[in-house]
Design a protein around this ligand. Structure first.
Ligand code: 5RP
Length: 219
């Protein structure tokens, strides 16, 4: 289902495009496909949103550039952890939310590729909201986040704090459901010490959903 969606999104790629390359297991399928397309003569340059994506893109010999060199991105293909009917997203399961949000923000078109399990009635139902925070004073930031009525956990990997590509921590905020994602995105980002949160509002243009029945498009 993930591959179906990812490969469908690659049909939108045109010669000479600057591409935003998202992060995650779904996007990996798109990277493999783009690698093949490049091998067959497609001329594009990609901007990776994570070290992981950069590594795969290099393996696939996808030419890379940076936001500094190419501040306008034609198309971004990225995954998501949850998507609602208004194309609002929770992202950051792979910890790359800050770079992903920047790349989406500077893109003319953003296509999100998911399998059908990611479509939800309300954001926050199945997935915790990741918040990237600076290490300095992170326990105070954690206490402040709890005021939004959520359980907050420091993300860990093998018993050590998970460190983002920007050398920060991630605090995963478990909500019952997120009633007002628009307000919450702004409120969380106004806490000093928060770098970015995983709510993506008004950034996705199209969602490609891979399902057992085939492909569906939202947006
Ligand atoms: C990374 C992300 C990913 O796009 C999201 O976690 C989906 O990942 P996957 O395709 O592996 O399910 O936001 O920060």
């Amino acid at each position: 289902m993930k591959r179906l969606a990812a490969e469908k999104a690659c049909e939108y790629i045109e010669d000479e495009m600057i591409l935003g390359l998202g992060t995650g297991s779904t996007v990996d399928y798109a990277l493999r496909k783009i690698g093949k397309m490049v091998n067959e003569g497609l001329k594009i340059k990609g901007i990776p949103t994570s070290f992981r994506t950069k590594k795969i893109a290099k393996e696939e010999k996808i030419p890379l550039t940076s936001l500094e060199e190419n501040p306008e991105i034609d198309l971004t293909i990225d995954g998501a952890d949850e998507v609602d009917s208004e194309l609002r997203l929770i992202k950051g399961g792979g910890g790359a939310l800050t770079r992903e949000k920047m790349i989406a923000y500077y893109s003319k078109k953003v296509i999100i590729v998911i399998d059908e399990t990611k479509v939800v009635k309300m954001l926050g139902i199945d997935f915790s909201l990741p918040v990237e925070v600076v290490k300095f004073g992170w326990t105070s930031t954690k206490e402040k986040l709890k005021e939004f009525n959520c359980n907050v956990e420091l993300r860990k990997i093998m018993n050590n704090p998970y460190i983002t590509d920007n050398s920060n921590y991630i605090l995963d905020c478990e909500f019952d459901r997120i009633k007002d994602p628009v307000k919450l995105e702004i409120d969380i980002n106004s806490i000093p010490g928060v770098v970015e949160n995983g709510l993506f509002i008004g950034l996705a243009d199209e969602i490609i959903v891979g399902s057992k029945q085939g492909i569906k498009t939202l947006g």
